[in-house]
Design a protein around this ligand. Structure first.
Ligand code: SF4
Length: 316
């Protein structure tokens, strides 16, 4: 993406003031083939909106979405539908994302029919193959969603996303609603599928412990902007942006020696995206803020392999 924005206008009627919500506000980001890129941040920071705008499930306000050299933001509806075969999403809620009145076969066949996969026989065979791929028995094809557990439903959601052999998949909090043990199984499945099918994942989550085991690189989002991007290990070992440091310090620690140690706690609420603070958007919560932070917005800059938007990155 290049300078991608999504602004929503609220109000503006006869008696109400017009407010602009800057849900995504100038995000430039490269995602590499076959990597897992995790996008993290507190709820309301614009993660889900960014994922949807990248697939044009929501239309961008401005900016560019490049996919294999093609600018998706300029495609008409028909051309975009064709591209969508390759760009898919697995939603958060396995309970809400499957139509309860449809059999699994119908759910999986729908995207295949939309993209003219082939004969009824070929579609039936592909549906069975998709269930195999996600570790469910073919005999479930005639069942309805309510007959499955949460983890099984999420497997069906993944199968549906893979129906047309995509290469880029947005996973929007795809394991957040699941129990920890089921979460691990679904993450293992996603890893295996990535290796077998050469998938690229854009993994949206607020759960940093999942990110650490699963992602190659991480982007940290705050109030519509990316504040830090880097390799997972580097970012966890040595956060450069104060907001990243606070997010990481809130992750429960497995190492008993680390438990009970004092950790920095993030104070204050997230400012309203309708009324953004001047200068650095994080300055109202940042213990390191200086005068310049209140007046000048920090631009992203490169430090080693990292992109950081902060006037005073932690190392310095
Ligand atoms: Fe804190 Fe200033 Fe850096 Fe913003 S720019 S994160 S306020 S130190």
């Amino acid at each position: 993406t290049r300078e991608l924005t999504k602004h929503y206008v609220l109000g503006g009627g006869l008696f109400s003031r017009r407010h602009v919500v800057r849900a995504v506000d100038g995000v430039s980001l490269d995602i590499y083939e076959r990597e897992t890129f995790a996008l993290v941040g507190e709820s309301g920071c614009g993660k889900t909106t960014l994922g949807r705008v990248m697939l044009r499930l929501h239309e961008p306000t401005s900016g560019t979405i490049l996919y294999r050299g093609q600018d998706l933001s300029r495609l008409n509806e028909r051309a975009m539908r064709e591209q969508r075969k390759k760009l898919q999403i697995v939603f958060q809620d396995p309970y809400a994302s499957l139509n309860p009145r449809m059999r699994i076969e119908q759910i999986l066949a729908e995207p295949l029919r939309t993209h003219g996969f082939g004969s009824a026989e070929a579609i039936r065979e592909r549906c069975a193959e998709l269930l195999d791929m996600v570790g469910l028995s073919r005999r479930y094809l005639r069942n309805y969603p309510h007959q499955f557990s949460g983890g099984q439903r999420q497997r069906i959601g993944i199968a549906r996303a893979l129906a047309n052999k995509p290469d880029f998949v947005v996973c929007d909090e795809s394991v957040s609603a699941l129990d920890v043990s089921i979460q691990a199984q679904v993450l293992n499945l996603l890893s295996d599928l990535q290796a077998d099918l050469k998938l690229t994942y854009f993994f949206i989550t607020h759960d940093l412990s999942v990110v650490r085991q699963f992602a190659d690189r991480v982007g940290v989002m705050f109030l519509g902007r990316l504040v830090e991007v880097g390799l997972t290990e580097d970012l966890f070992d040595r956060p450069l942006h104060p907001y990243t440091m606070f997010l990481i310090s809130a992750v429960p620690r497995a190492d008993p020696r680390q438990r009970g140690r004092e950790r920095p706690i993030l104070m204050g609420d997230i400012p309203s995206p309708m009324n953004l603070p001047s200068g650095c958007r994080f300055h109202t919560r940042c213990p390191f803020a200086k005068d310049i932070c209140r007046t000048e917005e920090p631009m992203p800059r490169k430090i080693d392999d990292r992109l950081v938007s902060c006037h005073f990155p932690l190392e310095s």
